[in-house]
Ligand binder design. Structure first.
Ligand code: NAD
Length: 271
């Protein structure tokens, strides 16, 4: 008898999923988890070399993954998102998209100090990128006559509470993600398309850690707000994204999934 390759059976078996920002902290952990749970995945990121490294990591950790593809894509360019989403048409169309790519620029500041070009750049990636992802997901789900689909958009706790140090463009962009996700959840509910947002607290990922660097004051101003005394890990976000992506979450729509170790419920003072 010949050997038959066994595809992983899991909570996302048979689903086609796109993950943007797939080479970064949350995106890579989510890609690994989705692959382990049986999804066919398209990993998208603006950085081609980082994407290749990320793909190798998924393949190493999940050797029996159903399908792992990559595509370089700048989410702020609609034509690139469209091409990426349409590339899944030959797989049977997407079932899940995790619109996760985002930036927090080092020159982002307060009302006075934020340069206009940084404001525009942040909005075009963090907000327009998410809109384009949602738009082309809806078009693809309709094209394939799907009666269910899951769209998960990465916002942040700063969409819910003010940041201790100013990062105005970023904060405004994440507020927009939360608001647009909520509205889309209602607009598309009768088509069976669920839209939920993820609100991570500060994490141990390059996005934040590169920005904090060895600036102890900046770091402490964030750490102090975390009841457990630590930043979150990307895998802890990925676990929440996995739930939202699966049919287990079939009645979870328009939800703000706050994964923050209790940060937004805390009143913590220095010891
Ligand atoms: P990360 O910097 O590790 O990963 C982000 C990825 O997005 C990178 O691989 C980057 O190359 C990619 N990217 C940047 N611009 C892009 C573009 N125009 N098109 C496509 N890809 C692009 O960051 P992360 O922590 O994994 O962040 C993922 C998401 O989580 C972001 O939306 C971020 O705002 C959000 N978030 C992060 C934290 C945190 O503390 N790390 C907290 C709250 C929310």
């Amino acid at each position: 008898m010949g050997s038959v390759a066994t595809e992983p059976k899991g909570r996302l078996s048979g689903k086609n999923a796109i993950i943007t920002g797939a080479a970064g902290g949350i995106g890579l952990e989510t890609s690994i988890l989705f692959a382990k749970e049986g999804a066919r995945i398209m990993m998208a990121d603006i950085s081609a070399p980082a994407l290749e490294k990320a793909k190798a990591k998924v393949q190493q950790l999940v050797p029996n993954a159903s399908r792992v593809e990559t595509m370089t894509c700048d989410v702020s360019k609609e034509s690139q998102i469209q091409a990426m989403v349409e590339s899944l048409d030959s797989w049977g169309g997407l079932d899940v998209i995790f619109n996760n790519a985002g930036i927090m620029h080092a020159r982002d500041d307060d009302a006075v100090g934020t340069p206009e070009d940084i404001w525009d750049l942040t909005m075009s990636i963090n907000v327009k990128g998410v809109w384009y992802g949602c738009k082309h997901a809806v078009l693809a789900l309709r094209r394939h006559n799907k009666t269910k689909g899951s769209i998960i958009n990465t916002a942040s706790v700063v969409a819910l509470v003010g940041s201790a140090t100013p990062q105005l463009a970023y904060t405004a962009s994440k507020g927009a993600v939360l608001a647009l996700t909520r509205e889309l959840a209602i607009v598309h509910a009768r088509e069976g398309y669920r839209f939920n947002s993820l609100c991570p607290a500060p994490l141990n990922t390059p996005l934040l850690q590169d920005w904090l660097g060895d600036d102890k004051t900046k770091r402490l101003r964030r750490e102090i707000h975390l009841p457990g005394g630590r930043f979150g890990e990307a895998i802890e976000q990925a676990q929440a994204v996995l739930f939202l992506a699966t049919d287990e979450a079939s009645f979870v729509n328009g939800h703000e999934m706050v994964v923050d170790g209790g940060m937004t419920k805390a009143y913590v003072t220095p010891e």
